[in-house]
Design a protein around this ligand. Structure first.
Ligand code: RP5
Length: 171
C-alpha cells in the first residue's frame, strides 16, 4: 500500500523508521532504492507504475540536492510525502529541506521535518486511514497511547520534583 523509496542505501538508517512505524500500524509497504540522478529511468518506471501496482502513497527520502520526491510527484497522481535527509553530501540539511519543500504550484510534496521518516510513516497511515476504518482506529489508539505516555511523565516529574522539594525543606 505504501512505497518507501530513497536515493541511496546511506539513507536507510533514517528511512527504515518509516518502515518500522508502518509495521507497528500493520500497513503493507515495499522499500527500495530509487535515485533521481543515478537511476533516472528507474525513477520514471517506479513513479509511472505506482498507481497500477496499488500504491496509495509514496514516501520518498533524499539528501543534498534532493530531487527524488518532487520528480516522482511530477510523474504520478499518487500522493508523495518527502523526507529531507541530512546526508553526507548535505551542507547542513537545509539544502535537502528546501529542495523538497519549495515545489512549484501544481506539484505538491507533503514535506516532513529533517530526518522525520517516522512522521512520514504516520502521515501515510493517516492518508490510508481516511478510507480504511481499521487503520484509522489503529492511529487513534496510537495517539491515545502518546497521550497516556505524556500523562505518565507528568506524574513522574511531579513525584520526582516533590521528593526534591521535600529534601530542600529538610536541609
Ligand atoms: C542523495 O545523495 C541520496 O539520497 C543521499 O542522501 C545522498 C548521498 O548518497 P551516497 O553518496 O551516500 O550514495 O542522492
Amino acid at each position: 500500500m505504501v512505497g518507501i523509496i530513497m536515493g541511496s542505501d546511506s539513507d536507510l538508517p533514517v528511512m527504515k523508521q518509516a518502515a518500522e512505524i508502518l509495521d507497528e500500524l500493520g500497513i503493507d509497504y515495499e522499500l527500495t532504492i530509487v535515485s533521481a540522478h543515478r537511476t533516472p529511468e528507474r525513477m520514471f518506471q517506479y513513479a509511472k507504475s505506482a498507481k497500477d501496482r496499488g500504491l496509495k502513497v509514496i514516501i520518498a527520502g533524499a539528501g543534498g540536492a534532493a530531487h527524488l520526491p518532487g520528480m516522482v510527484a511530477s510523474l504520478t497522481s499518487v500522493p508523495v510525502i518527502g523526507v529531507p535527509i541530512k546526508s553526507s553530501n548535505s551542507i547542513d540539511g537545509w539544502d535537502s529541506i528546501l529542495s523538497i519543500l519549495q515545489m512549484p504550484n501544481g506539484i505538491p510534496v507533503a514535506t516532513v521535518a529533517l530526518n522525520a521518516a517516522k512522521n512520514a510513516g504516520i502521515l501515510a497511515g493517516k492518508m490510508i486511514g481516511s478510507f480504511d476504518e481499521e487503520i484509522s482506529n489503529r492511529l487513534i489508539e496510537y495517539q491515545q497511547n502518546l497521550t497516556k505516555s505524556v500523562e505518565e511523565k507528568i506524574e513522574k516529574v511531579k513525584w520526582e520534583f516533590k521528593n526534591e522539594f521535600d529534601r530542600h525543606q529538610e536541609d
